[in-house]
Design a protein around this ligand. Structure first.
Ligand code: ADP
Length: 205
């Protein structure tokens, strides 16, 4: 099997790229979805997060109120680290298990681990290659406005809280610029998919 770690800044186009790679036959693991599982009631993740941040982050329906939790950690690096120290290892564990299961269940699959925090969480060792999707800051702000109705100020705050494109580019194997049209992205990915298979064929077994 071959595992691509797909990452990039907010609204860079990770999900769009993952969707394309899925169409080509890759199996996609969405770390964001795994993140939701880690917060589910009656799990070790739920218990640890509530113990660390207090009962007031539990909503009336018994689930973690992500907004309340976000309010406790956003813009507070120490608190944010306290949270990520709890949840990142749990998400990593789920991702590693899924990779193993997919590997055992199909012959020579290409797996895409789509994870916004792949580099921050240091999950590089779970993957064979790192692909980074990048867009200029203004493009990300505009797409965040259209996708989420996010204001320019909120978008900027989110972007500034993440790694910069330059930091990501220094740590990736393949860079995918998504500043153009969806068709530009599609042809770039067709090329990358083709090149990936050529690299794999050239690999000594
Ligand atoms: P991410 O998963 O990195 O947050 P998405 O894949 O959701 O980013 O893309 C962000 C938004 O931009 C989505 O609404 C998506 O449909 C749109 N989008 C992605 N690529 C392009 C593109 N090349 N041109 C225009 N819109 C795009």
């Amino acid at each position: 099997m071959f595992v691509i770690g797909l990452t990039g800044g907010i609204a860079a186009g990770k999900s769009t790229v993952a969707g394309y790679l899925r169409e080509r036959g890759a199996t996609v693991i969405d770390a964001d979805l795994l993140g939701h599982r880690v917060y589910e009631p009656a799990t070790p993740g739920f218990d640890s997060v509530v113990r660390a941040f207090g009962e007031d982050i539990v909503a009336k329906d018994g689930t973690i109120d992500r907004r309340a939790l976000g309010g406790k950690v956003f813009g507070k690096p120490e608190e944010m680290q306290r949270l990520t120290d709890i949840v990142w290892p749990l998400i990593r564990g789920l991702a590693a298990r899924q990779i193993e299961q997919i590997g055992a269940g199909s012959e020579d699959p290409v797996i895409v681990l789509e994870a916004a925090v792949l580099l921050e969480a240091r999950w590089e060792d779970l993957v064979d290659e790192i692909w980074v999707v990048v867009v200029d800051r203004d493009v990300a702000i505009e797409r965040l406005g259209s996708r989420d109705g996010m204001s320019r100020d909120d978008a900027l705050a989110r972007i500034r809280s993440q790694l910069s494109n330059r930091e990501r580019l220094e740590r990736c194997d393949r860079a995918i610029d998504n500043s153009g049209t969806p068709e530009d992205l599609r042809s770039r990915l067709e090329l990358e998919w083709e090149r990936l298979h050529q690299r794999r064929l050239a690999e000594p077994n």
